[in-house]
Design a protein around this ligand. Sequence first.
Ligand SMILES: NC(=O)C1=CN([C@@H]2O[C@H](COP(=O)(O)OP(=O)(O)OC[C@H]3O[C@@H](n4cnc5c(N)ncnc54)[C@H](OP(=O)(O)O)[C@@H]3O)[C@@H](O)[C@H]2O)C=CC1
Ligand SMILES: O=C1O[C@H](COP(=O)(O)O)[C@@H](O)[C@H](O)[C@H]1O
Length: 507
Amino acid sequence: MEATTFVLFGATGDLAKRKIYPALYNLFVDGKLPNAFSVVGLGRRELTDETFRENVARSLRSFSRREANEGESLDAFLNAFRYNVLDIGRKEDYEKLLRLVEAREAELGAAPNRLFYLSVGPEFFETIAANIRDSGLGSADGWKRLVIEKPFGHDLQSARDLNAKLSRSFAEDEIYRIDHYLGKPMVQKLEILQQANPVLQALWTNRHIANVQITANETVGVEERAGYYDHVGAVRDMFQNHMLQLLMMLAIHLPHNSTSDEVRTKKRKVIEALEPLAKEDVAANVVRGQYAAGEIQGKPVVGYTSEPGIAADSANDTFIAAELHIDDYFWRGVPFYIRTGKRMKEKSTRIVIEFKELAGEHTQSDDKTKAPNLLVFEISPNEGITLQLNTRDPQHKGEFQPMLVNFHTSQQDVPEAYENLIHDALQGDPTFFAHWDEVELSWKWVQPILDAFKDDLVPLRTYAAGTYGPAEADELLARNGHRWRFDDADNQTQTKEGATYAYHANH
Ligand SMILES: NC(=O)C1=CN([C@@H]2O[C@H](COP(=O)(O)OP(=O)(O)OC[C@H]3O[C@@H](n4cnc5c(N)ncnc54)[C@H](OP(=O)(O)O)[C@@H]3O)[C@@H](O)[C@H]2O)C=CC1
Ligand SMILES: O=C1O[C@H](COP(=O)(O)O)[C@@H](O)[C@H](O)[C@H]1O
């Protein structure tokens, strides 16, 4: 891998501590960092290199999936770290930074390839990009890349404005917009599972698929993020980015060995083909919810409007469910149901594909006991694939029984999303980053929902914490004869009654 200087804005912040340092460490342990590699951490706080390294080591002990015990290996990792005080708005600080970066590159005999990771609030993105350009940090005889965190805009117009500003300093192919859902290993596997398995390719159409359900439920509430979350809600925090990315990744049809350009083109086609919702139609297709007091895993929790920092009359959405349609050859007529919420019964991110009965199949008297075939991609917290088939106990010739064929990987073996994404950014592979076209088209699709929420055209439904959301989210599916599959209760019945065949990846 090419020599790289990893310039980290926000090196003293929460994201760096919880995600970025552990990801870098795990890549280091796996031998996936360049030989000539430096991290230059930036922040306003006055830290020496030694204190910075101690902070990094502490974060590894708390958050890394790998042991970070003192020793040669940890020392070798930390040796790559330097700290530099920088105030984002002070131009002269970038000149000092340039001198430090150049000195470090000279020390290592490394080419001036620089990755600028912006782990700071989006209000700083424009200033940082412009200062990188003006200071000469980005004009050396190597490559430059800009990695940015969400949120990318607050609505369609602000996203366009931000993109226009960044484009003055970085080309589109130099910008890596993180959507950490694209870094989740199971999401990355969706592409290859489809390409490498003719059986899936053959089934991936409206001829065989009755509906697709994409869920990202969380048990946590607003936590300490009231200031941020109360202005964005579930629609901006999760739906516009992560959920629509999951939809694109699931719905694309890719030729074998697709390039990153092909993936991007196909994703764009999917989102372009999403049937637009008019503001007036949002209420019929979208459920907006907010959690009330309830219980999470046996413990009482307060409702959203009683959370610290949230106004008692806040109408912010903590839950959203929607029915979407992709108007193209493959998916016409297949509802895509999306649901995400906070303070739900269980933490689970999964995609369920429900298959149709065979066309023209005669109804048998015992068909009512037959469960639909389901293909379930468990994305997190557990990773796995389940196929629900029907069987019958040959001894008793009784009712149909669902049989679950399970594939699960051990959590220890699974790299963190940030490991995958940082590794890809270091290699210059943009496949699992959000391209501007996708971001813009996602905001465009979501904008009528934002407008309808703002104008209060969609009733705010409450749901008790610790449930699966408002009843209206069930009704959304019920009107089409569908229901959310593989929720906790559903799952228990299926495993109690059904035979389970497990295949473990490490066997
Ligand atoms: N935390 C998380 O889990 C996630 C965060 N994000 C996004 O990542 C970004 C960073 O989040 P997070 O780490 O939580 O934020 P924090 O508030 O914890 O950290 C902010 C960082 O920005 C630095 N900073 C702030 N102002 C300046 C300034 N004027 N000049 C120089 N540095 C400055 C701070 O350094 P100092 O105080 O030393 O100046 C600090 O290192 C945000 O965009 C957030 O939305 C996205 C997904 C998850
Ligand atoms: O981006 C975000 O994602 C998290 C959920 O991520 P997960 O990997 O735990 O599923 C969510 O809690 C947060 O509000 C949101 O900003």
